[in-house]
Design a protein around this ligand. Sequence first.
Ligand code: FES
Ligand code: FES
Length: 399
Amino acid sequence: MSAALAEPGPSRIALALTVNGRAVRVAAEPRSHLGDVLREGLDLTGTHLGCEHGVCGACTVLLDGEPARACLTFAGACAGAAVTTIEGLDTDAIASELRAAFNREHALQCGYCTPGMLVAARDLVLRLPEADERRIRVGLSGNLCRCTGYVGIVRAVMAVIADRRGRGIPPEAGAARALGPVGAQIGDATVAPLDPPAERVAPAAPAAVADLSDAFVPAHGFTQVLDVTHPPEAVFVLLGDIAAVAACLPGAVLTARPSPDTVEGGLQVRIGPIAATFRGRARLSRDEAAQTGSVHGAGSDAGGRSATEGRIVYRVGAGPAPGTARVELDVGYTLTGPLAQFGRPGLVRDLAGRIAAEFAHNLDARLSGVAAPVPAGLNPLRLLLGLARARLAAWFGRA
Ligand code: FES
Ligand code: FES
């Protein structure tokens, strides 16, 4: 297909943007993401698509100079933007040095992750003052390699940074944004631990309180089922104890004493380099006779960049075995801001499934009177590895 122009049809939009330094016009469906438009509309197949959920980083391109996930970026939102793909870095000095270092250090095998890895690594070479292995690993934590491993990749990036600084080439001045792709929340100057202890997770920022409207219509929804090895009556009583529920929910903290119908608190969400701690308020209701209840909450992260509103309706009934309970959850949510990159329903369902499993395990432990190893913080590494494992299995299935 011509790289220069494709005629818009009835449902297509004409898009003008600069790709690899060249002004192009291309027709795209409003729902098309940038990765598809680059690959199918402009034949720039160096941009690879792996997970298409923002997890693997294979599709990383530069969008107005910043690494961005092409699979999570609506092409229509890029009108007028400058996009640089791996093909556009053919003669780029840093990319050339990185390619040589990747070859030297055996930093690739199949090469599927390599274009995204090079784009992300180039950003680190530009901005890191020194070859700091930990910061390089953090900066590349949004780029997964399924076959080589990261030792050679990190060594290659370290070598290029050390070599350039040794030649007196300074880091780019004024690069204040965080390491990682657009939306990354890991600070450049003080790199947070990958799995921070709970006491370092809760930010000092005041709770963001949003008004909750009964007219809320969620953008996405799914159902979740939890099986708990205790009688339904006991489970329903425990779900009415907000402090206990918060203690069982990975990543949740209470910031004020809960009343019977409202609660204030926070929930930490972190996937790879993207992290946010949502603070807000929820309204609670319960129907003892029907053994149902609902939680309707809204909040935003400390910087106010991502916001969410959601409603969970739960029903407690008899479980599959005598003396056990089944909790059915109807979850509806809307997510906006950088974290919405990861708000795709499939990914949220994966994440919710893992949180729910941990929650059910903690409920069981609490009802059994066992001191459960209650996680005060969402275990991001474990959740991410779980997600990555599922995605990689899907890739291999597709290969
Ligand atoms: S394809 Fe975009 S992050 Fe995986
Ligand atoms: S070289 Fe990274 S996925 Fe194969």
